[in-house]
Design a protein around this ligand. Structure first.
Ligand code: F0G
Length: 488
């Protein structure tokens, strides 16, 4: 556990900047690497949608960091002492204690995962004619807010959507845009302002404490509530500590308590922040708590479990406290930086600076010959799976929606996200990813577009099916065989 707040990092004698695991692996899961012909068959079977691949066909599962993180030995141990009473479980009391220690929040509502918190928050505070300004949307967040009749306004800075940048806090809100939204809608019609830590869809990019402080002052001046999505708080904390002036010597806990002091309420997906499953809503404001409380037993489960298993609750309490350990929260961003810097130095278009969550390839720049209406990020995700067995996630126009005329609302950026589940992959596995991405980049002219076969009306990226336009997959397989011979 970090006590002093001073950074403790290991320097290599060689001067090389190499990420180092500050844990050892004691439980392992066998992996399977199929031959490229079998991978081709698997991606056809999955309708060129990496969500629909079966894990047995995947080598490195970089789809998401959600629910796929490695638990610590102490988390696994905690699961065996769980108290499974329906009401008033001692496991819940432990979790409430951890919420107080980690977030410094008095009231807690448990839910089965992050989007369930979004459901309850939107149901309680959003209505037609209101707006929710935010640094950037997340898919489920936006869907819940809009389902409740409210409108999402993104007020990101000009830096946010630039792929190549050295701006340290691309998750910041643009203060002028925020003031403008409040003026246009009227403060009384702003349901709340939502700040997403480790902004997911723009590449896991953090916001700064200075920006949060400024947004909080504006919210207070207008009597508007400030909500923070802390699902990706671990990496945002890490970046504030290493990138923001004045925080390098401050203990993680103090940084987090300062962040929370600027908010009125917050929620998290336990699938990310605590390396478990589940989620929750936290606040120090009794009125805010009471407005949401009664929805929890209706939609989630009784107030002391909220749809989570008590074993997960025990593991969550331990996992949240481990978030205060610098060694725990620095692992993922240092490994991500390794891959991002390696690819960037070869001219392969990735989002810089390296963020949390994952390495994001800019498919728009990787395969500029594939138009956005043929889904370059989805095509690149399928091509990388065929080339390597690595499963990434499309974060581009397939993850968007259609407008009232039935046309695709083109995404701001076409990204292929390669998520880094926390403490899961070794450095040689990351080097394999680097190698196959390099090969794909050198053969990028072979990659073509996709078209829909089956397109669901809501959140189509989850279960929709597509097919390649033309025979580009066969060409890719043939080139692989030519270059790699009989290799996997
Ligand atoms: N907020 C953020 C920032 C998220 O990244 C997610 C989930 C949620 C809320 C919703 O939480 O999945 O527990 O319901 N992100 C996952 C991902 C799905 O793969 O990025 P959930």
């Amino acid at each position: 556990m970090e006590n002093s707040g001073k950074l403790k990092t290991v320097k290599f004698y060689s001067g090389e900047v190499t990420p180092l695991e500050m844990h050892k692996v004691r439980v392992v899961q066998k992996l399977n690497l199929l031959r490229i012909e079998e991978r081709k068959e698997a991606i056809y079977g999955a309708g060129f949608n990496t969500f629909l691949l079966m894990n047995k066909d995947v080598f490195l599962d970089m789809l998401t960091d959600s629910g796929t993180n490695a638990m610590s030995d102490n988390q696994v141990a905690a699961m065996s002492v769980a108290d499974d009473s329906y009401a008033g479980s001692a496991s819940y009391t432990k979790l409430v204690g951890a919420i107080k220690e980690v977030f410094n929040q008095d009231y807690f509502l448990p839910v089965h995962q992050g989007r369930a918190a979004e459901h309850i928050i939107s149901k309680s505070f959003c209505r037609p004619g209101t707006v929710v300004p935010m640094n950037y949307h997340f898919t489920t967040t936006k869907a819940h807010i809009e389902m409740a009749g409210s409108t999402v306004e993104e007020i990101y800075t000009d830096e946010a959507l630039k792929t190549k940048s050295d701006f340290p806090f691309k998750g910041n809100m643009d203060i002028n845009k925020l003031n403008k939204v409040i003026e246009e809608w009227g403060a009384e019609n702003v349901a709340y302002i939502r700040f997403e830590a480790g902004t997911n869809l723009i590449g896991g990019q953090p916001f700064s404490m200075a920006n949060l402080r400024e947004v909080s002052a504006i919210a207070k001046a207008h009597n508007i509530m400030l909500l923070m999505d802390t699902s990706l708080i671990n990496e945002n904390l890490y970046f504030i500590k290493i990138r923001e002036e004045g925080y390098s010597d401050m203990p993680i806990k103090d940084i987090l308590h300062e962040m929370m002091s600027y908010t009125d309420f917050s929620y998290f997906s336990g699938r990310k922040v605590s390396c478990t499953r589940g989620g929750g809503i936290c606040t120090n404001n009794h009125d805010i708590y009471m407005k949401m409380r009664d929805w929890v037993p209706l939609f989630e489960g009784f107030l002391t479990y909220g749809g989570m298993s008590v074993r997960e609750i025990e593991a969550m309490a331990v996992g949240l406290i481990e978030t205060l350990d610098f060694n725990v929260i620095s692992h993922s961003p240092t490994f991500i930086k390794y891959l991002v810097d390696a690819l960037d130095s070869k001219g392969i278009p990735v989002i810089t600076p390296a963020g949390g969550l994952g390495c994001h390839l800019d498919a728009g720049l990787f395969i500029p010959h594939v138009p956005q209406t043929q889904y370059p990020a989805g095509a690149l995700a399928a091509a990388l799976f065929v080339a390597s067995g690595i499963r990434g996630m499309e974060r581009g126009t397939i993850s968007s929606v259609r407008d009232e005329n039935g046309d695709d609302v083109l995404a701001d950026v076409e990204l292929l996200r390669l998520a880094f589940p926390r403490r899961v992959f070794t450095l040689s596995q990351i080097k394999y990813a680097e190698d196959r991405i390099q090969w794909l980049f050198d053969n990028r002219h072979l990659i073509g577009g996709l078209e829909w076969v089956e397109e669901p009306p809501v959140l189509r990226f989850f279960v929709g099916k597509l097919q390649p336009i033309g025979d580009w997959v066969d060409k890719l397989v043939a080139k692989f065989r030519q270059d790699f011979g009989d290799s996997l």
